[in-house]
Design a protein around this ligand. Structure first.
Ligand SMILES: [Zn+2]
Length: 258
């Protein structure tokens, strides 16, 4: 053994210590709620832990990140995402037009948040490598990562984390000529924060262009983005917010349908 903190006490991103208790959902989102929604009970469900709990604020915390990462590059991701994300979380001023630049900012934030959310729901979902890779690259999501977004109208402030592992059949169209049923080992996590839903898929094998993934009504892919087929769109996608049943089916899907 060499010196330094034990693996459990090392930052999941940079491998250094010491760790501090950090919010899985950043503090600015809790503040956003105190300001715009009030301090009523916040319901949070975590399907992997089969837990539902209610708190006067959104403060799911865990020790997994060091102060240096948290106050450095991670806070830059938060600051960039905040103006785009805040109206989507609150469901205010809808529909909101999301430019390609906005989608890129959201995808970067969603990927980072999916990684940290996995640590409180299914620690082994992604394994250590995507954390280290994100720290090295400090850039929007790597290859073999697809991110979708949707609106969710539950009528009350709540958040949820739903990880899913296993084989997922994705009907992809890698060429104009052939439709391919593409089945691969995948990691899928779906996170909702009040109105805003995102889903991150990481898959093994060949990298597939974003446009090859089939469209699902009410759900829009924000990563990877391919010019010129992808462009700005109005959020929520198709002007339709998912209900509870649709969110559940989306989170546990094993193929392109919900
Ligand atoms: Zn760190």
């Amino acid at each position: 053994m060499t010196g330094g903190p034990s693996p459990k006490r090392r930052c999941v991103f940079c491998g250094e210590g010491p760790l501090s208790a950090e919010h899985v959902f950043p503090e600015w989102i809790a503040e956003l709620f105190r300001e715009h929604v009030g301090t009523g009970d916040w319901g949070h469900s975590n399907s992997a832990l089969k837990k539902v709990w209610f708190k006067p604020r959104l403060d799911v915390t865990a020790k997994f990140v060091c102060k240096g990462c948290n106050s450095g590059w991670l806070s830059e991701i938060e600051n960039d995402a905040k103006p785009v994300l805040a109206p989507l979380i609150l469901g205010r001023g809808l529909p909101v037009l999301l430019s390609l630049a906005d989608q890129r900012v959201l995808a970067y934030w969603a990927f980072k948040t999916a990684l940290t959310a996995s640590l409180v729901s299914d620690k082994k979902l992604f394994g250590p490598e995507p954390f280290a890779e994100l720290y090295r690259r400090k850039a929007p999501p790597p290859l073999r990562t697809v991110i979708w977004t949707a609106g969710y109208n539950s009528g009350r402030p709540e958040s949820s984390i739903r990880p899913r592992t296993g084989r997922i059949v994705v009907s992809a169209y890698p060429t104009q000529r052939a439709a391919t049923r593409f089945e691969t080992q995948s990691r899928l996590i779906t996170v909702s924060i009040y109105w805003f839903v995102f889903q991150v898929l990481q898959y093994d094998g060949y990298s597939i262009p974003g446009r090859a993934f089939a469209q699902i009504r009410g759900i829009k892919r924000i990563w990877p983005l391919d010019a010129p087929t992808d462009g700005p769109f109005e959020w929520p996608p198709d002007r339709a917010a998912l209900g509870k049943g649709a969110l559940e089916r989306f989170a546990h899907r094993s193929d392109n349908r919900i």
